[in-house]
Design a binder for this molecule. Structure first.
Ligand SMILES: Cc1cc2nc3c(=O)[nH]c(=O)nc-3n(C[C@H](O)[C@H](O)[C@H](O)COP(=O)(O)O)c2cc1C
Length: 314
């Protein structure tokens, strides 16, 4: 029997549902799973009032996370494996996860441990995962696997369906667009990772430092989106500093500059993203080798291969 720490925070319940699918086979196999749900001292609203939604932007990007309530376990509790499940807020890890990874308790819990990250978001998680890698390494953890779940809609459709979902709580199909969020079938299929992990833990594979979840289509990177995301991340860095120069989260005096950022963001979404996707599509024969290299690199360590899908079918 192995001891597994799973860290979770979810507003709509989507990330908790996926996490639940991964945990169930681990528990069924007799492993001891502790699910730690993060609770910010001041809860983030859901659905999000629009002003609060944009006002959270600078602190997400600058990793300035408000504190959490004390964890339900002591920081020196021994674990064989840690699974960090998170969602993306503004191309960064959601603030509760940032708070956990910056806290003395969180850092102690993952120090020296093999760590698996699981992200569920609209579709842009690459920059957030870079930040996660850095925070995990700073705390002395070893990242061995990464799983990514993204929304079922086309990347452009989700620019409408995801904000509608987080601003109103409505997730259903709308204007002929698919429902917001990860598809129910993808969520159900997340069970395969738990089955494979249970096997891996039974064979002490977590000690090897090698990924345990290859061959299970753990991540599929759209390298075209990666290029837009990189440009967005750079701009977010500048804007977040600028807004913070005008005031703290919740203060009226930073609202005008925040409004300017919103105008910028909308312009970016309706012009730069489609144009960049169009240009990449036009030049795809030229870009193909580069995009394929980038895709393979960004899909590390668990990859998009499928050779174990049959073995661990739910
Ligand atoms: C403030 C905020 C910012 C978000 N920014 C992003 C983002 O930059 N990229 C992305 O793919 N998803 C983004 N999302 C969507 C979330 O990652 C996630 O899919 C959604 O909030 C549901 O997560 P839940 O499990 O907490 O309910 C954002 C959501 C919120 C609330």
């Amino acid at each position: 029997m192995k001891r597994v720490l799973v860290v979770n925070y979810s507003q709509t319940g989507q990330l908790s549902d996926i996490t639940g699918q991964v945990i169930a086979p681990l528990r069924a196999a007799g492993h001891d799973v502790h699910l730690e749900t993060l609770v910010p001292t001041t809860p983030f609203p859901f659905p999000w009032p629009i002003v609060d939604f944009f006002d959270a932007f600078p602190e997400c990007v600058q990793l300035d996370a408000p504190p959490l309530r004390p964890l339900g376990i002591a920081a020196d509790t021994p674990f064989d494996l840690v699974i960090l499940t998170y969602q993306v807020w503004y191309l960064s890890p959601a603030l509760p996860m940032t708070a956990f990874l910056q806290s003395a308790e969180g850092r102690k819990l993952i120090s020296g441990k093999p760590v698996i990250t699981l992200v569920a978001c609209r579709n842009m998680w690459l920059s957030a995962q870079e930040t996660m890698k850095q925070l995990i390494a700073d705390a002395g953890g070893r990242l061995i696997d990464h799983l990514a779940f993204t929304d079922q809609g086309h990347p452009l459709a989700t620019f409408i369906t995801t904000p509608r979902w987080v601003w109103t709580g409505k997730r259903d199909s709308f204007l002929g667009l698919p429902p917001a969020g990860v598809s129910p079938e993808e969520i159900r299929q997340a069970y395969r990772f738990g089955l494979a992990l249970a096997d891996g833990l039974n064979n002490d594979e977590e000690k090897s430092g090698q990924p345990m979840l290859t061959g299970l289509r753990a991540v599929i990177v759209n390298a075209r989106l990666a290029i837009s995301e990189r440009a967005g991340r750079r701009a977010f860095g500048v804007w977040s500093k600028l807004v913070r120069a005008f005031g703290k989260r919740g203060q009226w005096r930073r609202r005008p500059i925040l409004l300017l950022f919103v105008v910028y963001l909308i312009t970016l979404i309706v012009t730069v993203v489609p144009i960049s996707l169009l240009l990449q599509w036009l030049f795809s024969p030229l870009l193909k080798p580069r995009l394929e290299r980038l895709k393979a690199e960004l899909e590390q360590p668990s990859g998009s291969q499928e050779f174990n899908l049959k073995k661990y079918a739910p």
